[in-house]
Design a protein around this ligand. Structure first.
Ligand code: GNR
Ligand code: NI
Length: 170
């Protein structure tokens, strides 16, 4: 199985709005396996298909310490979000090295299909809730830095472009 390249901010493809998965077939199952492998290899707690340049509503998540509790969410929809909010430091595999506070619902209830195409309802709070909301934003073409001030976002953009130039040159 192969690792998939992860798009890096400010790549415009990160702002693509994903379409629903039509059918959980062999192609989708293979993509799920590759996304899980890519997420674990990068030490991420989540990965959205958008980040690997596939613009379909599919995310993988694992917030367990042992890295052995993969969660696959296909066509996820938030059916309830708590009024209570939490601010936590977020990072993103598409914005390497940047961490900053983002306010999200403290708890959410999600409907999605699992890796077998079976409907599931997931209740999440804490880190899992933060991660799922972060991943679902990716599917809408939104990166967490868009919640930060324009000043911070522009500094991040400049830093990422500079890092990219230096990588290309090396
Ligand atoms: O690995 C990740 N860590 C993380 C930490 C706090 C809030 C959200 C995340 S998700 C991120 C992986 C990623 O970029 N998913 O899209
Ligand atoms: Ni991310």
């Amino acid at each position: 199985m192969a690792l998939l390249p992860i798009l890096v901010y400010p790549d415009p493809r990160l702002h693509t709005v994903a379409r629903p998965v039509q059918e959980v077939d062999a192609r989708v199952k293979k993509l799920v396996a590759q996304m899980l492998e890519t997420m674990y290899d990068a030490n991420g707690i989540g990965l959205a298909a958008t980040q690997v340049d596939v613009h379909e509503r599919l995310v993988v998540v694992d917030v367990s310490d042992e890295r052995n509790q993969p969660l696959v969410l296909i066509n996820p929809e938030i059916v309830w979000a708590s009024a209570e909010k939490q601010v936590s430091d977020e990072g993103c595999l598409s914005v390497p090295g940047i961490y900053d506070g983002v306010e999200r619902a403290q708890a959410v209830k999600i409907k999605a299909l699992d890796e077998l195409g079976h409907p599931r309802t997931i209740e999440a709070e804490g880190t899992l809730a933060v991660c799922i909301q972060h991943e679902m934003d990716h599917l809408l073409g939104k990166v967490f830095v868009e919640y930060l001030s324009p000043l911070k976002r522009n500094r991040i953009k400049t830093k990422m472009l500079k890092a990219r130039r230096e990588t290309v040159r090396a």
